[in-house]
Write a protein that binds this ligand. Structure first.
Ligand code: ZN
Length: 154
């Protein structure tokens, strides 16, 4: 799914990227620019704003309503039937670009703690910020957090 997240929704934007969604988030961009991106790229505009200036209106918007992150995440996943497993950890949460599988793990040796480098065979790299990812303990923690959010009665 393609979204634009409004300026107050940074955490939501990062978590939606984490489960593989293409989310434009930029707290430095003015509202008009964000809405233009949403409209021209057919992205759902996620917001908590109660109103928009008349000349600046997203074509497709979803009102998050809540300030609570767990509620926001659960609502967006349900509203857009997002598959949380299909594209988990395929996108860099900082850059919003898809990570690439590292062909030769020697090339990332200096960017990974030695124990992880020795213990894992598959690594992924963000083509933009060059950060390296692997399926370590943090993935299990993230999965636990996601299932806790989804199990919660909201
Ligand atoms: Zn990146």
């Amino acid at each position: 799914m393609k979204f634009v997240a409004d300026t107050m929704l940074e955490k939501l934007a990062r978590w939606l990227r984490l489960i593989g969604n293409d989310v434009v988030y930029d707290s430095y961009k003015p509202l008009k620019e964000l809405v233009d991106i949403s409209n021209s790229e057919e992205r759902v505009f996620l917001t908590r704003r109660k109103s928009f200036p008349e000349s600046i209106t997203p074509v497709t918007l979803y009102d998050i309503c809540s300030e609570n992150f767990d509620v926001q995440m659960k609502r967006v996943i349900a509203q857009f039937s997002l598959d949380i497993n299909a594209k988990l950890f395929t996108r860099c949460v900082e850059c919003n670009v898809e990570v690439e599988k590292v062909i030769d793990k020697e090339t990332v040796k200096d960017r990974v703690p030695q124990r992880s480098w020795e213990g894992f065979t598959e690594f992924y790299e963000c083509p933009k910020c060059k950060k390296v990812f692997w399926k370590g303990a943090h993935i299990i923690n993230t999965m636990k957090k996601l299932s806790r959010i989804l199990d919660k009665k909201i």
